[in-house]
Design a protein around this ligand. Sequence first.
Ligand code: MF3
Ligand code: CO
Ligand code: CO
Length: 294
Amino acid sequence: MTTHKVGRNDPCPCGSGLKYKKCCLGKEAFHQEIDIKKEYYDKFRIRLKEARDIEGIRKAGNLVVETLQLVEKALRPGMATEEINVMVHEFTVKNRAVPASLHYKGFPKSVCVSINDVVCHGIPGDRILMDGDIVNVDVTTILDGYYADANQTYFVGTPGPDAEKIVRVSRESLRLGLAAVRPGNTLGDIGWAIQTYAEAEGCSVVREFTGHGVGFSFHEEPIVPHFGRKGAGPVLVPGMVFTVEPMINLGRKEIRILSDRWTAVTRDGSLSAQFEQTIVVTDTGLESLTPYEL
Ligand code: MF3
Ligand code: CO
Ligand code: CO
Protein backbone atom coordinates (compact mmCIF):
# COMPACT_ATOMS: atom_id res chain seq x y z
CA MET A 1 0.00 0.00 0.00
CA THR A 2 1.33 3.47 -0.88
CA THR A 3 0.24 6.32 1.30
CA HIS A 4 1.33 9.40 -0.64
CA LYS A 5 2.19 10.26 -4.22
CA VAL A 6 5.65 11.79 -4.24
CA GLY A 7 7.46 12.64 -7.51
CA ARG A 8 11.01 11.32 -8.06
CA ASN A 9 12.35 14.89 -8.06
CA ASP A 10 10.20 16.15 -5.15
CA PRO A 11 11.78 16.74 -1.74
CA CYS A 12 11.90 13.43 0.11
CA PRO A 13 8.99 13.17 2.58
CA CYS A 14 11.37 11.84 5.24
CA GLY A 15 12.55 15.42 5.71
CA SER A 16 16.18 14.87 4.70
CA GLY A 17 16.11 17.77 2.21
CA LEU A 18 17.33 15.45 -0.56
CA LYS A 19 15.35 14.64 -3.67
CA TYR A 20 13.08 11.63 -3.17
CA LYS A 21 14.96 9.58 -5.81
CA LYS A 22 18.30 10.30 -4.03
CA CYS A 23 16.85 9.29 -0.67
CA CYS A 24 14.00 7.02 0.37
CA LEU A 25 12.56 6.08 -3.06
CA GLY A 26 12.43 2.29 -3.18
CA LYS A 27 13.46 1.80 0.42
CA GLU A 28 11.02 -0.76 1.74
CA ALA A 29 11.54 0.26 5.37
CA PHE A 30 10.43 3.80 4.65
CA HIS A 31 7.15 2.69 3.09
CA GLN A 32 6.50 0.38 6.02
CA GLU A 33 7.13 3.30 8.34
CA ILE A 34 4.49 5.43 6.60
CA ASP A 35 2.04 2.56 6.70
CA ILE A 36 2.53 1.79 10.37
CA LYS A 37 2.14 5.47 11.21
CA LYS A 38 -1.20 5.52 9.46
CA GLU A 39 -2.27 2.22 11.01
CA TYR A 40 -1.43 3.37 14.57
CA TYR A 41 -3.22 6.65 14.06
CA ASP A 42 -6.30 5.07 12.49
CA LYS A 43 -6.52 2.19 15.00
CA PHE A 44 -5.43 3.86 18.25
CA ARG A 45 -5.06 7.61 17.55
CA ILE A 46 -1.37 7.14 18.49
CA ARG A 47 0.89 9.67 16.73
CA LEU A 48 4.23 7.96 16.13
CA LYS A 49 7.22 10.29 16.23
CA GLU A 50 9.97 10.73 13.62
CA ALA A 51 13.66 11.38 14.28
CA ARG A 52 13.27 15.17 14.25
CA ASP A 53 10.33 15.00 16.70
CA ILE A 54 12.28 12.74 19.03
CA GLU A 55 15.18 15.20 18.96
CA GLY A 56 12.79 18.00 19.97
CA ILE A 57 11.28 15.97 22.81
CA ARG A 58 14.79 14.95 23.95
CA LYS A 59 15.77 18.63 24.26
CA ALA A 60 12.61 19.39 26.24
CA GLY A 61 13.33 16.30 28.36
CA ASN A 62 16.87 17.36 29.16
CA LEU A 63 15.49 20.67 30.40
CA VAL A 64 12.96 18.82 32.58
CA VAL A 65 15.76 16.75 34.14
CA GLU A 66 17.87 19.87 34.78
CA THR A 67 14.83 21.47 36.43
CA LEU A 68 14.35 18.46 38.72
CA GLN A 69 18.04 18.54 39.67
CA LEU A 70 17.78 22.23 40.54
CA VAL A 71 14.79 21.59 42.80
CA GLU A 72 16.42 18.54 44.42
CA LYS A 73 19.46 20.61 45.44
CA ALA A 74 17.25 23.28 47.00
CA LEU A 75 14.94 21.00 49.01
CA ARG A 76 15.12 21.46 52.78
CA PRO A 77 12.80 21.28 55.79
CA GLY A 78 11.12 24.64 56.33
CA MET A 79 10.73 25.39 52.63
CA ALA A 80 7.27 26.33 51.32
CA THR A 81 6.05 24.40 48.27
CA GLU A 82 5.44 27.74 46.53
CA GLU A 83 9.23 28.25 46.51
CA ILE A 84 9.51 25.14 44.33
CA ASN A 85 6.89 26.58 42.00
CA VAL A 86 8.81 29.85 41.67
CA MET A 87 12.09 28.00 40.97
CA VAL A 88 10.52 25.79 38.31
CA HIS A 89 8.70 28.68 36.67
CA GLU A 90 11.70 31.00 36.55
CA PHE A 91 14.16 28.34 35.37
CA THR A 92 11.77 27.22 32.63
CA VAL A 93 11.08 30.65 31.17
CA LYS A 94 14.76 31.62 31.46
CA ASN A 95 15.44 28.69 29.12
CA ARG A 96 12.90 29.95 26.57
CA ALA A 97 10.47 27.22 27.50
CA VAL A 98 6.93 27.12 28.85
CA PRO A 99 5.66 25.27 31.95
CA ALA A 100 2.94 23.01 30.54
CA SER A 101 1.10 22.63 33.85
CA LEU A 102 0.35 26.35 34.27
CA HIS A 103 -3.34 26.90 33.38
CA TYR A 104 -3.59 23.34 32.02
CA LYS A 105 -7.31 22.54 32.45
CA GLY A 106 -7.29 25.31 35.07
CA PHE A 107 -4.29 24.06 37.12
CA PRO A 108 -3.02 27.27 38.77
CA LYS A 109 0.74 26.61 39.09
CA SER A 110 3.80 25.63 37.02
CA VAL A 111 4.60 22.35 38.77
CA CYS A 112 2.84 19.68 40.83
CA VAL A 113 4.21 19.18 44.35
CA SER A 114 2.76 16.19 46.19
CA ILE A 115 3.66 15.46 49.83
CA ASN A 116 3.25 12.16 51.78
CA ASP A 117 -0.34 10.89 51.27
CA VAL A 118 -0.83 13.17 48.25
CA VAL A 119 -0.85 10.82 45.25
CA CYS A 120 -0.45 13.51 42.56
CA HIS A 121 -1.50 16.98 41.37
CA GLY A 122 -0.61 18.74 44.63
CA ILE A 123 -0.88 22.52 44.18
CA PRO A 124 2.13 24.50 45.45
CA GLY A 125 1.30 27.05 48.13
CA ASP A 126 1.93 27.83 51.80
CA ARG A 127 2.52 24.25 52.96
CA ILE A 128 5.95 23.81 54.55
CA LEU A 129 8.17 20.78 53.94
CA MET A 130 8.89 18.95 57.20
CA ASP A 131 11.77 16.69 58.22
CA GLY A 132 10.78 13.12 57.28
CA ASP A 133 8.34 14.08 54.51
CA ILE A 134 8.47 12.60 51.05
CA VAL A 135 7.78 15.05 48.24
CA ASN A 136 7.09 14.38 44.57
CA VAL A 137 7.98 17.11 42.09
CA ASP A 138 6.38 16.67 38.65
CA VAL A 139 7.68 18.91 35.84
CA THR A 140 6.30 19.13 32.30
CA THR A 141 8.03 21.51 29.92
CA ILE A 142 7.28 22.73 26.40
CA LEU A 143 10.39 23.61 24.40
CA ASP A 144 10.08 24.60 20.72
CA GLY A 145 6.57 23.15 20.77
CA TYR A 146 7.63 19.74 22.11
CA TYR A 147 6.47 18.36 25.50
CA ALA A 148 8.40 16.22 27.99
CA ASP A 149 7.13 15.07 31.39
CA ALA A 150 9.00 13.57 34.35
CA ASN A 151 8.87 13.41 38.12
CA GLN A 152 10.76 12.08 41.12
CA THR A 153 9.99 11.61 44.80
CA TYR A 154 12.55 13.01 47.25
CA PHE A 155 13.19 12.67 50.97
CA VAL A 156 13.05 15.84 53.01
CA GLY A 157 15.61 15.49 55.81
CA THR A 158 15.78 11.98 57.28
CA PRO A 159 13.18 9.39 56.16
CA GLY A 160 11.45 6.90 58.42
CA PRO A 161 11.07 3.23 57.41
CA ASP A 162 7.67 3.72 55.70
CA ALA A 163 9.04 6.57 53.60
CA GLU A 164 12.09 4.47 52.68
CA LYS A 165 9.88 1.58 51.64
CA ILE A 166 7.38 3.44 49.45
CA VAL A 167 10.09 5.39 47.65
CA ARG A 168 12.08 2.20 47.03
CA VAL A 169 9.03 0.30 45.74
CA SER A 170 7.79 3.12 43.49
CA ARG A 171 11.26 3.68 42.02
CA GLU A 172 11.63 -0.04 41.32
CA SER A 173 8.10 -0.10 39.84
CA LEU A 174 9.14 2.41 37.21
CA ARG A 175 12.42 0.55 36.59
CA LEU A 176 10.60 -2.75 36.02
CA GLY A 177 7.87 -1.11 33.92
CA LEU A 178 10.52 0.39 31.65
CA ALA A 179 12.34 -2.95 31.46
CA ALA A 180 9.23 -4.31 29.70
CA VAL A 181 9.44 -1.67 26.94
CA ARG A 182 10.62 -3.11 23.62
CA PRO A 183 9.09 -3.58 20.18
CA GLY A 184 6.79 -6.58 20.13
CA ASN A 185 5.82 -6.29 23.80
CA THR A 186 2.50 -4.64 24.61
CA LEU A 187 1.29 -1.87 26.88
CA GLY A 188 -0.27 -4.59 29.04
CA ASP A 189 3.17 -6.10 29.63
CA ILE A 190 4.29 -2.83 31.23
CA GLY A 191 1.29 -2.67 33.56
CA TRP A 192 1.61 -6.34 34.44
CA ALA A 193 5.30 -5.94 35.39
CA ILE A 194 4.50 -3.01 37.67
CA GLN A 195 1.40 -4.44 39.32
CA THR A 196 2.93 -7.87 39.96
CA TYR A 197 5.97 -6.37 41.65
CA ALA A 198 4.21 -3.64 43.67
CA GLU A 199 1.54 -5.99 45.02
CA ALA A 200 4.14 -8.63 45.92
CA GLU A 201 5.73 -5.92 48.08
CA GLY A 202 2.36 -5.45 49.84
CA CYS A 203 1.75 -2.09 48.16
CA SER A 204 -1.02 -1.05 45.75
CA VAL A 205 -1.26 0.57 42.32
CA VAL A 206 -3.44 3.63 41.78
CA ARG A 207 -5.92 3.04 38.95
CA GLU A 208 -7.35 6.53 38.29
CA PHE A 209 -4.17 8.03 36.79
CA THR A 210 -2.05 6.44 34.08
CA GLY A 211 0.93 7.09 31.88
CA HIS A 212 0.17 8.67 28.53
CA GLY A 213 1.45 9.48 25.08
CA VAL A 214 3.30 12.80 25.08
CA GLY A 215 5.39 14.99 22.76
CA PHE A 216 3.08 16.93 20.45
CA SER A 217 0.81 17.72 23.41
CA PHE A 218 0.63 17.08 27.17
CA HIS A 219 -1.64 14.04 27.14
CA GLU A 220 -1.96 12.01 23.95
CA GLU A 221 -2.92 8.45 23.16
CA PRO A 222 -2.13 5.85 24.30
CA ILE A 223 -3.24 5.48 27.90
CA VAL A 224 -0.51 3.53 29.75
CA PRO A 225 -2.06 1.67 32.71
CA HIS A 226 0.23 0.66 35.56
CA PHE A 227 -1.75 -2.57 36.05
CA GLY A 228 -3.06 -5.19 33.67
CA ARG A 229 -2.47 -8.42 31.86
CA LYS A 230 0.50 -9.70 29.89
CA GLY A 231 -0.07 -9.37 26.16
CA ALA A 232 -3.04 -6.98 26.47
CA GLY A 233 -3.30 -3.69 24.60
CA PRO A 234 -1.47 -2.24 21.59
CA VAL A 235 1.87 -3.73 20.50
CA LEU A 236 4.81 -1.37 21.10
CA VAL A 237 6.51 -0.12 17.92
CA PRO A 238 9.52 2.16 17.36
CA GLY A 239 8.57 5.84 17.46
CA MET A 240 5.96 5.50 20.24
CA VAL A 241 6.64 8.16 22.87
CA PHE A 242 4.88 7.88 26.22
CA THR A 243 5.32 8.24 29.95
CA VAL A 244 5.40 5.50 32.56
CA GLU A 245 4.57 6.99 35.97
CA PRO A 246 3.24 4.49 38.49
CA MET A 247 1.64 5.94 41.63
CA ILE A 248 2.20 3.35 44.36
CA ASN A 249 0.47 3.45 47.75
CA LEU A 250 1.83 1.89 50.93
CA GLY A 251 -1.74 0.89 51.89
CA ARG A 252 -4.90 0.55 49.81
CA LYS A 253 -5.25 1.69 46.20
CA GLU A 254 -8.29 3.94 46.67
CA ILE A 255 -7.95 7.71 46.35
CA ARG A 256 -10.11 10.78 46.75
CA ILE A 257 -9.89 14.27 45.30
CA LEU A 258 -9.85 17.26 47.67
CA SER A 259 -12.26 20.20 47.32
CA ASP A 260 -9.63 22.15 45.33
CA ARG A 261 -10.62 19.67 42.58
CA TRP A 262 -6.96 18.73 41.89
CA THR A 263 -5.19 17.25 44.90
CA ALA A 264 -5.49 13.44 44.90
CA VAL A 265 -4.85 11.75 48.28
CA THR A 266 -4.93 8.15 49.48
CA ARG A 267 -8.27 7.33 51.11
CA ASP A 268 -6.58 5.47 53.94
CA GLY A 269 -4.04 8.24 54.58
CA SER A 270 -1.09 5.98 53.69
CA LEU A 271 2.03 7.27 51.95
CA SER A 272 2.12 7.38 48.13
CA ALA A 273 5.14 7.83 45.89
CA GLN A 274 5.82 8.11 42.17
CA PHE A 275 8.59 8.27 39.57
CA GLU A 276 7.95 9.23 35.94
CA GLN A 277 9.99 9.33 32.75
CA THR A 278 9.16 10.08 29.11
CA ILE A 279 10.51 7.35 26.82
CA VAL A 280 10.63 6.50 23.12
CA VAL A 281 10.41 2.91 21.88
CA THR A 282 13.49 2.18 19.72
CA ASP A 283 14.35 -0.72 17.40
CA THR A 284 16.00 -2.57 20.28
CA GLY A 285 14.24 -1.35 23.44
CA LEU A 286 13.82 2.17 24.64
CA GLU A 287 15.57 5.49 25.10
CA SER A 288 14.59 7.69 28.01
CA LEU A 289 14.04 11.25 26.83
CA THR A 290 14.09 12.40 30.49
CA PRO A 291 17.00 10.27 31.65
CA TYR A 292 17.87 9.89 35.30
CA GLU A 293 19.19 6.93 37.28
CA LEU A 294 16.60 4.60 38.79
N1 MF3 B 1 2.46 15.95 35.03
C1 MF3 B 1 1.23 15.20 35.26
C2 MF3 B 1 1.39 13.92 34.48
O1 MF3 B 1 2.36 13.27 34.71
C3 MF3 B 1 0.01 15.96 34.85
C4 MF3 B 1 -0.20 17.17 35.66
S1 MF3 B 1 -1.59 17.99 35.08
C5 MF3 B 1 -1.53 19.42 35.99
O2 MF3 B 1 0.68 13.54 33.60
F1 MF3 B 1 -2.42 20.19 35.49
F2 MF3 B 1 -1.78 19.12 37.24
F3 MF3 B 1 -0.35 19.97 35.90
CO1 CO C 1 2.71 12.35 32.85
CO1 CO D 1 4.12 14.37 35.04
